[in-house]
Design a protein around this ligand. Structure first.
Ligand SMILES: [Mg+2]
Length: 221
């Protein structure tokens, strides 16, 4: 991070702004016994987390919303399996993800000091931000699909163009080393890694680690 702060901050959505893990655990506990909840969370960890040798973890918690039946079937509990259709449907209704508790104060901190955007692979981003009451807080939302999906660099460049900024003037903030931090740096942006799960990964030079999004205050003009 240079002496001058970034002119814009671009956020990843899932597991950066939206707290999927808590939402999954809460929804599961509304529809299943504690032992089945524990087993579901273990399935999510083994099926939706990619753990690299250097300690980097990429999490695809959003898949639980897209394919809840796949995860519940893997729980393998006889009574759950017997009622899979009903359990999955009830789980889907109960799954109402919220923002992490540091998001609103972080958006307050950034607003007025830098512009704010969202860049995500989620096709539901605009609707999710609307439901969460923060769509008016962001300059633009880019939902990438096909070959443009992160970690492809084109999406990062497109977001900078929409902000009318050079990549070096933009800080990308995300939870995933592989699809957020590393490609943002490669695209010439500044990068901040939000360490939501206390992972044993050290970000490369040029990237900073945040334990809370409120820490962004240190890096703004
Ligand atoms: Mg993410």
């Amino acid at each position: 991070v240079g002496p001058e702060g970034p002119r814009a901050v671009v956020f990843d959505l899932d597991d950066t702004l939206i707290d999927w893990w808590t939402a999954i655990a809460r929804a599961a506990s509304e529809v299943a016994e504690p032992e089945a909840v524990d087993r579901l969370l273990r399935v999510v960890r083994s099926d939706a987390w990619e753990i690299r040798d250097d300690g980097a973890v990429h999490r695809r918690h959003w898949e639980v919303r897209e394919h809840p039946g796949r995860f519940w079937r893997a729980v393998g509990e006889p009574e759950t399996a017997a009622g899979t259709g009903a359990v999955v449907a009830a789980f889907g209704r109960a799954l109402r993800p919220r923002l992490f508790r540091d998001v609103l104060s972080a958006l307050d901190t950034v607003a007025g000091r830098a512009r704010i955007a969202v860049l995500t692979n989620s096709p539901h981003a605009a609707a999710d931000l609307d439901v969460l009451g923060v769509s008016h807080r962001v300059d633009h939302v880019l939902s990438l699909d096909g070959a443009l999906r992160k970690p492809a660099l084109e999406g990062f460049a497109a977001s900078c163009e929409r902000l009318d900024c050079r990549p070096a003037e933009v800080m990308y903030v995300g939870d995933s080393p592989r699809v957020d931090v590393e490609p943002a740096l490669e695209a010439g942006m500044r990068a901040a890694w939000i360490d939501r799960f206390d992972d044993p990964w050290t970000p490369p030079p040029g990237a900073v680690r945040l334990s809370s999004l409120e820490d962004l205050a240190w890096f703004l003009p």
